[in-house]
Design a protein around this ligand. Structure first.
Ligand code: UD1
Ligand code: CA
Length: 456
């Protein structure tokens, strides 16, 4: 039978070093709170029972962690007395009885399911405590793993370590799998006689050994265990996340000319044979289908770009932009909450908001859908195969019928029927030979003014 598992996420820290009005686990990585990435990693390891230990910003942290299908129960740690004390805040959850209890920190958003699975497998082999460790060039601040003959003897916190122990580069990643049957007994035995006067979770290793149990360490990549304590660490976590995701997408068939300049959100979906040019930023909620091209310097958020469509350069797609197959949104255009039909072209300097543009239509440069009257937003409906002349203002609510033609510079305030031509501006007047007469008059007026000035 499959073993049951409870994951306990510790997120009750003060986040002092972040210097922020926000708990650090709420700070976004790839456009989404750090804590949600951790919950996702648990889900990818098929762990659905989650106890979240919260302190400051308890409600916001709980809400941010309630993502996907995980059942997240929050527990408040009223005082911050150390990591073992924090785990015991979730006592009620542990008491339900699980085969495995997995402790994980809320500030390690790069963690994936693989080391979690590995830790649980080693637990299933009969170990009582399994610690995920990593090798690092700079172990300062981390607990050191003291390993002999394949067994983990102890974890020594940096502050409590001897000179010799501090030379150890194998460190505690903060992730620990504990036999569910023994967890509460072991945790109850932790004391606080150490340099920080805290109840250290890491003491479980020596405690379990003293009771005849077995502890081991499993190595994972340092990157996955990078913790976030400062804004500078937040930035390097973001960088690592971006690198990892770009790599995945390129291996899945996405082309990026300068991947280091492309910024992805946690949920950006780019299909095979999408080309992303340099300096493109994706906000959350974007899906780009096969063969589409996102040209340089575009900002895309909450948008669906269908097969073969092209965007930019210098385009902005805002939430609700839905670009049909082989459509084009060109330079200095903004599209918001609007459908652009198949093959339609919105090529230059245009704003299309709260609108439908039918297939095959051509929207001239400088066209604006005037969707806002200062109070309410209104819809513009543009039919199929229309031609909207440059620099037209379509004052919503308004509809342009299929095949209609709007003269450039029009201000359209009333519906245009299908196949009609609309001149939404004064007609041009021609007065033959009139220019020299006007010019003469202007010269005379100028001379008269000069005369008056001289007389003053
Ligand atoms: C901890 C480990 C250390 C390990 C390092 C890895 C202990 C005693 N030390 O040290 O061996 O190398 O992580 O990053 O476990 N927390 C609470 N309540 C508390 C105390 C902490 O919720 O009372 C939470 C924090 O929010 C954080 C996590 O537990 O998410 C770790 O606490 P932190 O103080 O950052 O531990 P470190 O000193 O980094
Ligand atoms: Ca830490």
């Amino acid at each position: 039978m499959e073993r049951t598992c409870l994951a306990i996420i510790l997120a009750a820290g003060e986040s002092t070093r972040m210097k922020s009005a926000l708990s650090k686990v709420l700070h976004p990585v790839a456009g989404r709170p750090m804590i949600a990435h951790v919950v996702d990693a648990l889900a990818s390891a098929s762990i659905s029972d989650v106890a979240l230990v919260v302190g400051r910003d308890a409600d916001a942290v709980s809400a941010a962690a309630s993502t996907g299908t995980a059942k997240v129960f929050s527990f408040l740690q009223k005082e911050r007395l150390g990591t073992a004390h924090a785990v015991l805040a979730a006592r009620e959850a542990i008491e339900k009885g699980y085969d495995d209890v997995l402790v994980i920190f809320g500030d390690t958003p790069l963690i994936t399911g693989a080391p979690l699975k590995a830790a649980r497998e080693r637990l299933a082999e009969g170990n009582d405590v399994v610690v995920i460790g990593f090798e690092t060039a700079d172990p300062t601040g981390y607990g050191r793993l003291i390993v002999k003959d394949g067994e983990l003897f102890a974890i020594r916190e940096h502050k409590d370590a001897s000179e010799e122990e501090r030379r150890i580069t194998y460190c505690n990643g903060g992730l620990m799998a504990i036999s569910g049957a023994k967890a509460l007994d072991l945790l109850g035995r932790v004391g606080n006689a150490n340099a920080k006067g805290e109840y250290y979770l890491t003491d479980l290793v020596e405690i379990v050994r003293s009771l005849g149990g077995r502890a081991i360490a499993v190595e994972a990549r340092e990157e996955e265990l990078t913790g976030c304590n400062t804004r500078a660490e937040l930035a390097s976590i973001e960088r690592l996340w971006q690198q990892r995701r770009r790599q995945e997408l390129m291996l899945a068939g996405v082309s990026m000319i300068a991947p280091e300049t492309v910024f992805l959100a946690w949920d950006t979906e780019l299909a095979q044979d999408v080309l992303v040019e340099p300096n493109v930023v994706f906000g959350p909620g974007v899906r780009v289908e096969s063969g589409a091209v996102i040209h340089a310097f575009s900002h895309v958020e909450g948008a669906h770009v269908r097969a073969g469509a092209t965007v930019g350069p210098f385009a902005r797609l805002r939430p609700g932009a839905d670009l049909g197959p082989k459509s084009k949104v060109g330079n200095f255009c903004e599209v918001k909450k609007a459908e652009i039909g198949a093959g339609a072209k919105v090529n230059h300097l245009t704003y299309i908001g709260d609108a439908f543009v039918g297939a095959g239509s051509n929207i001239g440069a400088g066209t604006i859908t005037c969707n806002y009257d200062g109070v309410n937003k209104h819809l513009t409906r543009i039919g199929e195969n229309t031609f909207i002349g440059s620099n037209s203002s379509l004052v919503a609510p308004v509809a342009i019928g299929d095949g209609a033609l709007v003269a450039s510079g029009s201000v359209i305030t009333e519906n245009v029927p299908a196949d009609a031509v609309a001149f939404g501006r004064a007609r041009q007047e021609i007065k033959p030979g009139r220019a020299p007469i006007l010019r003469e008059r202007y010269e005379a007026e100028k001379a008269a003014r000069k005369k008056v000035k001289a007389a003053e």
